[in-house]
Design a protein around this ligand. Structure first.
Ligand code: FAD
Ligand code: FES
Length: 365
């Protein structure tokens, strides 16, 4: 009995001593005091040292894109470090090219702010804000895709370019104990500034999409930050070729809506890839755009429909109808949105056909 009591006493003593050491270490080794972050040579922030650069900036309401929520896997939080920031980490090397390393590009989520640091970020990011919203509508538009309308609260308004995205925050919920952020393209028109529409697909086991598909309800509060992204409408007179599959329709729809509201007169062909009829959505909206836009054609292609099925449209992969329309490609530009495999195949095809690579814009997801 005495042995048990003394063993417990020794164990408790060791545990207490280790806890004391940990606290001491946190207060001394991990205490970097207040540290300066200088942005673009003009804006200076004073932050508590020890945090990641990504968190330090977001606590000062400067939002850097972070599709993986700071795990070091998406490569979205790249920025230029001019001074400070320490040596590049092995984790970063997988996502930053040799040329970028030479130019000082780093991952904001991997750098710990321990010393004064000078960084460069695109000026656009100063316009990125955090928004509180309430879910006005959330409905199934296919068995695996939901359409969301989020009303921005407190008279807030969002300015964005058609094609850009926001980062939706999924708080901890029954199946996840962490708060995560994921990128979703805005589907609504930029002239509608006090709400946004999103089109969100379900990913088996996905943290954010499980939250959206299984837990989020009309009337719930949500938050998001944005806008982000370089994939947006470019104003010129060239013919436009658009290609999307599934939720990739979101940024294309925003671009089409913006063209309609501005009365833009450009020839525009939109090829949409789906497996079967169940995967088609917003056909009414596309028909309405065909009737109201200057010269717009919507071409859905179904890849898994049998010859016996009653479908008069295009069959096969979306590249098949696309190929039929690729004459005089040098006067056209392309907007693509879909899986990396689909985008890579289409970019290759367009370049082979003679399209200038600089006129091919895309978002892969
Ligand atoms: C710029 C940009 C815009 C985007 N816009 C949209 C949009 O408008 N609508 C939309 O639905 N999504 C969009 N996405 C994708 C979105 O950000 C998330 O990656 C996706 O919703 C999965 O998030 P999750 O938290 O549910 O899954 P996670 O928890 O991040 O992932 C869980 C697992 O699923 C895998 N996984 C993630 N995505 C997929 C996928 N698509 N297919 C198969 N496996 C996957 C992951 O590798 C991981 O193993 C966009 C992404 C980017 C970068
Ligand atoms: S936030 Fe994804 S790599 Fe940094």
């Amino acid at each position: 009995m005495n042995d048990i009591v003394s063993t417990i006493a020794i164990m408790s003593g060791i545990t207490g001593f280790l806890a004391f050491l940990l606290t001491l270490a946190k207060r001394t080794v991990g205490d970097y005091g207040m540290v300066d972050i200088t942005i673009n040579g003009k804006k200076k922030l004073e932050v508590r040292g020890g945090d990641t650069l990504l968190s330090a900036l977001s606590s000062e309401k400067i939002f850097i894109p972070s599709a993986c929520g700071g795990k070091g896997t998406c490569g979205y939080c790249k920025l230029k470090v001019i001074e400070g920031g320490g040596a590049i980490l092995p984790m970063e090397e997988g996502l930053i090219s040799v040329e970028e390393i030479d130019a000082g590009v780093r991952l904001a989520c991997q750098i710990k702010v321990k010393e004064p640091i000078k960084i460069e970020i695109p000026e656009d990011l100063f316009n990125v804000r955090e928004y509180k919203a309430v879910v006005r509508k959330i409905e199934d538009i296919t068995p695996k895709i939901k359409h969301l309308v989020l009303d921005i609260l407190e008279g807030g308004e969002i300015d964005f370019k058609p094609g850009q995205y926001v980062q939706l925050v999924a708080p901890p919920y029954a199946e996840s104990d962490e708060s995560v952020q994921r990128a979703y393209s805005i589907a609504s028109c930029p002239t509608d500034k006090n709400f946004i529409e999103l089109i969100i697909g379900y990913v088996e086991g996905g943290v954010c999409t499980t939250y959206v598909h299984k837990y989020l309800k009309e009337g719930d509060s949500v938050s998001f930050n944005g806008p982000f992204g370089n994939f947006f409408y470019k104003d010129n007179d060239r013919e436009m070729i658009m290609v999307a599959a599934g939720t990739g329709m979101a940024p294309i729809l925003s671009i089409l809506r913006a063209m309609k509201s501005s009365g833009i007169e450009r020839r525009c062909l939109f090829f949409f890839g789906a497996k079967n009829r169940d995967d088609l959505f917003f056909m009414d909206k596309m028909q309405n755009l065909e009737e109201s836009l200057f010269d717009f054609e919507f071409v859905p292609a179904l890849s898994r429909i049998g010859p016996e099925d009653d479908w008069e449209g295009e069959r096969g992969r979306v590249t098949e109808p696309l190929l039929k329309h690729l004459e005089h490609i040098e006067n056209k530009e392309a907007y693509l949105c879909g899986s990396p495999v689909m985008i890579d195949a289409i970019v290759k095809l367009l370049i082979e056909k003679g399209m200038d690579e600089e006129r091919i814009y895309y978002d892969k997801f």
